[in-house]
Design a protein around this ligand. Structure first.
Ligand SMILES: NC(=O)c1ccc[n+]([C@@H]2O[C@H](COP(=O)([O-])OP(=O)(O)OC[C@H]3O[C@@H](n4cnc5c(N)ncnc54)[C@H](OP(=O)(O)O)[C@@H]3O)[C@@H](O)[C@H]2O)c1
Length: 310
């Protein structure tokens, strides 16, 4: 039985020799109380805080018991600085990161053998964005760009304000956000409703037309320009139409290949500003450019293509 243990402004050092290189972490300014720690059936209480490696703030509090097992813990770690692939991130958190700042907010409870937990982890940072921006300018040999987009909505609550700051400084003309999967559409919609944007970039193709339900009409209403990625579904669509002839009306819209049809499908939506297909071949580039000529598709033609269910 330990009774009540108080710690004030202490230092705790942990070294893991099983990792290469050895991994050291320290908890400084460690204060708190641990009450009623014993091996019996009573509940122990923990309330502790400190700074990890002199920098990140750590707090943990809650109740626990050994038998029957009971746990009701909340923990926060704010601003843990990470180097590339630190042993900490791979061994203790299970993933490797490209440098950044780690924030963890976690609640874990175990009662009657049931585990409930909620965890939020953000492993990005303003500092990392500044580093990437500086590297991009160097690689592009410029001091400004036309359009700066937050990739895959990642850490957008930090990165979008940063992009806007750069816009105010005249370093970028436009700002936007991107995603490429259906699961990004709801968040894209929320951002469109709540944030001023110049551009969005999203996927839209014959076999993934969900953006047309809400995101594209909303972008149009708000006057936000739209770039379309993955109009060929990463090239997968070509395999699906290998033995299929083009619709009989293809010549009426100036389309001579499936690539042109897929691109024309995307550009024909009234919200779409531009499509950005990828290719490594000049022959395909010539083919793709041809989609920019001739009439756009009617709604009925668009529906017919979606109904092919590719
Ligand atoms: N979150 C994001 O911001 C995000 C996510 C995904 C993609 N993107 C961007 O969106 C753009 C397009 O994406 P993506 O490359 O994933 O998909 P995509 O444009 O749908 O597909 C590219 C594939 O289509 C093939 N292809 C291109 N033109 C062709 C033609 N005329 N005939 C036959 N095959 C052809 C290419 O192969 P060949 O090389 O052989 O032509 C390549 O394999 C890229 O700029 C990418 O960076 C952005």
């Amino acid at each position: 039985m330990l009774g009540r243990v108080s710690v004030e402004e202490s230092r705790l050092a942990h070294r893991d020799n099983t990792l290469t290189p050895d991994f050291d972490v320290t908890l400084e300014q460690w204060s708190g109380v641990m009450e009623n720690f014993d091996t019996g059936s009573g509940r122990a209480r923990l309330e502790t805080s400190g700074r990890v490696n002199g920098q990140a703030r750590l707090r943990a509090q809650g109740d626990l018991a050994v038998s029957p097992l009971y746990l009701d813990l909340t923990g926060q770690l704010d601003g843990y600085g990470m180097e590339t692939l630190t042993p900490f991130t791979t061994r203790y958190l299970g993933f490797g990161v490209e440098r950044g700042r780690l924030d963890v907010d976690t609640e874990v409870s175990i009662e009657d053998g049931q585990l409930d937990s909620t965890t939020k982890i953000a492993a990005d940072s303003r500092a990392e964005a500044e580093r990437q921006w500086a590297e991009s300018l160097k690689a592009l040999r410029t001091d400004k760009v036309e359009l700066l987009q937050v990739h895959n909505l990642r850490d957008w609550k930090t990165q979008l304000p940063y992009a806007r700051e750069l816009k105010e400084q005249g370093k970028t003309k436009y700002v936007g956000v991107t995603h490429y999967l259906d699961r990004g559409l709801d968040e894209m919609e929320r951002i469109l409703r709540s944030e001023p944007l110049d551009f969005i970039q999203i996927h839209y193709s014959i076999n993934a037309p969900a953006a047309a339900e809400t995101v594209l009409p909303l972008a149009r209403d708000k006057g936000v320009a739209v770039l379309i990625n993955r109009a060929f579904d990463d090239g997968k669509l070509f395999g699906r139409v290998k033995d299929k002839p083009l619709p009989g009306w293809a010549p009426e819209v100036g389309v001579e290949s499936w690539a042109q049809m897929f691109l024309k499908f995307a550009i024909s939506h009234p919200a779409v500003t531009s499509v950005i297909p990828a290719t490594s071949k000049p022959k395909h580039q010539r083919d793709n450019l041809q989609a920019g000529y001739g009439p756009l598709l009617s709604e009925a033609q668009t529906r017919e293509l979606i109904a092919m269910d590719l």
